[in-house]
Design a protein around this ligand. Structure first.
Ligand code: ADP
Length: 571
């Protein structure tokens, strides 16, 4: 029996023949296993289907370093992005070169076998500096995510695939590079423009893409990014459904949709180059690059950007010959009312009245049930968006009260609960600090780690309630910003999130001392009391701040209700 990977470097995929699969499955009983998270599954899928050609597995250390320093593999091939398997230290300690590992999805289904090459501790700062251009997590959300979510050890090595990660949605749109390649030639497309999108596409995008395609004499391959880990402000079902409507708006045989499971790094120019290589592997000859492509700050079409504007386009152009795909610059289009037409932003003359709607404005109009004009988008796309984003008064929301013990959280929470129940328009759940500690987190202590864990558990429950359009009222102390931020991001993706900082000063809380904990703490009978000998970090950006020293419970509740009314969550 031959052991070791049996895949030629030129294979269409890293999936093995079914006979080999059978023997691997038998052997795998003895292999250690690693379960991949969503982000890692995205990488694995693109390795197995060869969107990451020429990689035939995870980068080993030498290649990894060479990628960081030179954007090339050790053999000189252009490859700008590290793709390693990140694991915990304990697991890494069990690995040796040559050992084989069963790579599984979250359900334990075996997707591939990894023959371990190098195993090493990641030098995250160095990597961040090379890939993102900064090691500062405060300044760069991609760096922050990299530090927080990528595990500390790396494993390199070759892969033999058994199955692609399983997806049950949109099977007809999930094509491997070898398939898209054939589909393009069947359609008679000699040139193909690839378009990578994580956002919804409207008329301006159509005009922009169509113009570029005509100039290049190319068909259009639109790839919405799906399966993204982390925090989407829209679910991918909507994204794909909108894309499907969108391509119907092009002339016949000009545009096609295919999904891509690419885990974004937000590395700006490097990421643009990486995406371009991946599009070449799908069979594209051209790739649309924005002047702020994959920029961590330029999301939602804002003017800010972390990387210099246009740098992404320059970088792809520098490598265009070598990577064999041409960049096409994205030209922003604006609507000129007098002409009833879109024109590129840079062709606007003084005196022309132009119109556009930013993503924030679109979001606002959906949230407040306002008109979305036909010049802006297609009615079919708008209808999909309206289904996915009901107006605020039909969304769920979470009221998250944070503050010292005795600040008045439980009291306010109870008043709000009664008020919401009286209104009867949404189901209400109260997640009070003490009750949660009893039912959801009884085994947790009061260390920083456990306090954060307690808060993210509450956040998870609240996010489910909010997603299903109910009201969650949470009243824990929540002394740390990290876990509050996690909750805000998680819950905010599904509905309203109102953080209320109960800023009642410690002297007042101590005077009230309903539970007697301050007295105990001062007498040295109790340790780890927040505000006495344990920290409380005030929220940096709460929606509301309420000091109940001179505010009755009803008055405090009224402040919250007024805010909800103003924000459109209550009619
Ligand atoms: P927490 O849940 O933040 O620990 P509680 O809601 O249990 O705080 O309130 C602690 C004490 O303060 C209770 O005795 C309560 O009656 C009193 N209290 C709460 N809110 C107010 C308020 N707005 N005005 C005056 N006293 C209050």
């Amino acid at each position: 029996m031959v052991s070791g990977p049996m895949i030629s470097p030129y294979s269409e995929s890293l999936l093995v023949h079914f006979r080999r699969m059978e023997s691997l499955k038998e052997e795998a009983i003895k292999f250690p296993s690693v379960d991949l998270n969503k982000r890692q599954l995205c990488d694995l899928e693109l390795l197995l289907n060869r969107a990451f050609y020429p990689l035939d597995g995870y980068l080993n250390q030498e290649d990894h370093e060479s990628v960081l320093d030179t954007m090339r593999l050790t053999d000189g091939t252009v490859w700008p992005m590290p793709v390693c398997l990140d694991v915990d230290e304990d697991f890494a300690a069990t690995l040796r070169p040559g050992l084989r590992v069963a790579v599984r999805d979250k359900e334990g289904f075996m997707l591939a076998v990894l023959e371990v090459g190098d195993v090493w501790r990641a030098d995250k700062e160095r990597e961040a500096q090379a890939v993102f251009g900064t090691a500062d997590a405060e300044k760069h959300p991609g760096v922050r995510r990299f530090y927080e979510q990528v595990k500390p050890w790396y494993v390199g090595g070759k892969l033999e695939g058994l199955h692609l990660p399983q997806h049950y949605d949109f099977p007809e749109l999930r094509m491997m590079p070898s398939e898209t390649h054939r589909l393009f030639s069947r359609r008679g497309w000699r040139n193909v423009i690839g378009f990578h999108t994580e956002g919804h596409l409207h008329r301006a995008h159509k005009e922009m893409i169509l113009r570029a395609a005509r100039e290049a004499g190319a068909g259009i391959f639109i790839q919405p990014v799906v399966g993204r880990p982390g925090l989407d402000d829209m679910d991918h079902f909507t994204l794909v459904r909108c894309c499907r409507e969108f391509v119907k708006k092009f002339p016949k045989n000009m545009a096609m949709v295919g999904l891509i499971t690419m885990a974004a790094r937000l590395a700006g120019p490097r990421e643009a180059l990486w995406q371009a290589i991946v599009r070449r592997n799908f069979g594209c000859t051209h790739f649309m690059v924005a002047d702020d492509h994959a920029d961590p700050l330029a999301v939602n079409g804002t003017e800010d950007s972390f990387y210099p504007k246009g740098r992404a386009q320059e970088l792809v152009l520098e490598f265009a010959d070598e990577i064999d795909i041409k960049p096409v610059s994205v030209k922003r289009m604006v609507y000129v009312e007098d002409k009833a037409q879109y024109i590129p932003e840079d062709e606007v003359r003084p005196g022309m009245a132009v119109k556009s709607i930013t993503p924030e404005e679109l979001r606002r109009r959906l949230e407040f049930d306002l008109e979305i004009p036909r010049w802006f988008s297609f009615p079919e796309v708008t209808a999909e968006l309206r289904k996915a984003y009901p107006p605020r008064h039909r969304q769920g929301f979470t009221i998250f009260l944070s503050g010292l013990s005795g600040a008045g959280k439980s009291t306010l929470a109870k008043v709000l609960q009664v008020k919401f129940m009286e209104m009867r328009d949404r189901p209400v759940t109260l997640l009070d600090g003490d009750i949660v500690r009893k039912n959801l987190s009884s085994e947790l202590t009061y260390t920083k780690e456990h306090r954060n864990l307690n808060i993210t558990r509450i956040g998870f429950v609240a996010s489910e309630i909010t997603k299903n359009r109910g009201i969650a009222i949470c009243a824990p102390i929540a002394p740390y910003e990290e876990s509050r931020r996690v909750n805000r991001e998680l819950i905010g993706a599904y509905g309203g999130y109102v953080e209320v900082y109960m800023s009642t000063p410690i002297e007042v809380c101590e005077q009230r001392d309903r539970k007697g904990i301050y007295a105990k703490a001062r007498a040295g009978m109790m340790k780890g009391v927040t505000g006495v000998d344990d920290p409380y970090v005030p929220p940096s950006n709460p929606e509301l701040t309420l000091d109940t020293t001179n505010l009755s419970p009803t008055e405090a509740a009224q402040e919250v209700l007024l805010y909800l009314g103003e924000q459109g969550y209550m009619k």
